[in-house]
Design a binder for this molecule. Structure first.
Ligand SMILES: [Fe+2]
Ligand SMILES: [Fe+2]
Length: 478
């Protein structure tokens, strides 16, 4: 197992008064809790370590307050520039979980760190817990002396990240037509006017019949998306990916069509929720949170009232946030397992949500999104479906910008189902974006020592570079 952040590395033996060390211990604890079963010695080691780091920080004071303000660690209100640079990745990881404030009381017991680790391991980025619900969940697990929170930006002159609502360019004509048609249909839903079943059918024909066969459309859907895609766009993407997953698991054509329809309409309940709430950055109030969580029920209600749809569509709308293990919402009774098509949509939905930007967080690269799915497998998600999905999307889909272990920059141009971690890349020059080196590197190749010559060290956002990924893809044949 790769451990790029080093969070699973041997835990420190010396406890220094370093806030970054504590944050790193917490990230390690979270990773250990996500990977190992309860009672595993590795978890004990991380608990002990986090507890020791916290005690070292607290010293003989009543407690410690660690806040991260725009990427800078503050301990009891004092900023720690150096630690902030060293522990950037851990800070980012905690921020992605919606945590930028950790307060620990001196009376904390080691067991509270264990419960905290379990909470963090369970928690994933698509869940937006309010600070009230975090506190409630922690205290119900016996954590009384640690509080986690999301802090509002203190500098009100600097607005939060605002992402565009749609991609600047859609490269595939069928995909563009799907998105345009979906926007119209969802606008109708938003105004309380249901589009007819024939409009939905026509839209599905474009998505399933044409766009889902386009590699260009799929690469755009799969890649990291630096825009906050609104419901209609998210729905088209979820449909495209669901159809692919449906093919992979061998669903027949009729079932695939039912799946496509259900996927397209799974979030239709969101058209009843004010846009300000859906795209709000910062913490949601309890009422707003409840309102968002009502979208599955609202969606089912809308779809039940429509003639000519598959009877499965309202079921999937109702169940798509219910986990394989019965967790999630709405609560329909713990013994109920979601319908298999709901389980398919859940896997795709989480991936699609993570890889898109949100007003409250940056987009997550495809490989990290796949790791999140892997962590949720067996709990919230059906493990067989996660495995099938990861083989469909691969960790580094075509078009992903990556840096290799030889510190080269490249764009993925070919992927392999049986080796999703080692795609073929076209090397590109960071300084001369218009002049790709034309050198193709097959990451599956191994040297004389049997080790891979180069591997993907990290995937990056194409927006950080000037080169034109679609143009590179169009001009490359592998
Ligand atoms: Fe949803
Ligand atoms: Fe969704």
């Amino acid at each position: 197992m790769t451990d790029p952040q080093g969070v699973l590395a041997e835990h420190e033996t010396e406890h220094t008064r370093d806030p970054g060390q504590l944050l790193r211990s917490l990230a390690g604890l979270k990773a250990a809790c996500a990977l190992y079963p309860d009672g595993h010695p590795s978890i004990d080691g991380h608990v002990e370590n986090a507890y020791g780091q916290a005690q070292a920080l607290i010293g003989d004071r009543p407690g410690v307050e660690i806040d991260i303000l725009r990427g800078i660690i503050n301990v009891d209100g004092e900023s720690q520039q150096q630690a902030s640079r060293i522990y950037r990745r851990v800070i980012d990881e905690l921020a992605a979980m919606g945590i930028d404030s950790i307060h620990i009381d001196a009376r904390v017991a080691p067991g509270e760190f264990r419960a905290l680790g379990e909470y963090l391991a369970d928690h994933h980025e698509t869940e937006r817990d309010t600070s009230e619900s975090v506190a409630a969940r922690l205290s119900s697990n016996g954590v009384a002396h640690i509080s986690l929170g999301r802090i509002l930006p203190v500098d009100s002159y600097e607005p939060g990240q605002e992402w565009p609502e749609a991609p600047e360019e859609i490269f595939d004509a069928d995909y563009r037509e799907s998105v345009d048609k979906a926007r119209d249909a969802f606008e109708h839903f938003g105004r309380g006017l249901a589009p007819g079943a024939s409009v939905i059918r026509e839209l599905l024909e474009v998505i399933v019949g044409r766009a889902s066969h386009s590699g260009v459309a799929m690469s755009q859907v799969l890649a990291l998306k630096s825009y906050e895609n609104l419901t209609y766009l998210h729905s088209v993407n979820v449909t495209l990916l669901s159809v692919r997953l449906g093919e992979r698991i061998g669903l027949d054509e009729l079932t695939r069509m039912a799946l496509a329809e259900a996927a397209l309409l799974h979030d239709v309940g969101k058209t009843r929720i004010p846009l300000e709430i859906l795209t709000k950055s910062g913490a949601l109030t309890d009422r707003e949170f409840r309102e968002i969580r009502d979208h599955p029920r609202l969606g089912a209600e809308i779809l039940i009232g429509l003639d000519g749809l598959s009877p499965l569509s309202p079921i999937v709308a109702l169940e798509h946030h219910i986990g394989f293990d019965g967790s999630g919402y709405p609560d329909l009774g713990s013994s109920r397992k979601p319908h298999p098509l709901s389980q398919v949509v859940s896997v795709v939905d989480i991936y699609e949500s993570l890889t898109g930007a949100r007003s409250y967080r940056d987009p997550v690269t495809p490989d990290k999104a796949c790791l999140t799915l892997a962590r949720l497998a067996g709990k919230k998600l059906n493990p067989a479906l996660v495995r099938a999905f990861v083989s469909v999307v691969t960790f580094f889909p075509i078009g992903t910008v990556v840096r290799t272990t030889l510190d080269e920059l490249g764009v993925v141009v070919r992927t392999f189902e049986d080796d999703t971690l080692h795609p073929t890349i076209l090397l590109v020059s960071e300084d001369e974006p218009d002049a790709p080196t034309r050198e193709i590197a097959d990451l599956r190749l191994r040297g004389d020592d049997g080790r891979h010559i180069r591997q993907v060290a990290e995937s990056l956002s194409a927006d950080d570079f000037q080169f034109d990924v679609p143009r590179i893809l169009r001009s490359t044949t592998v």
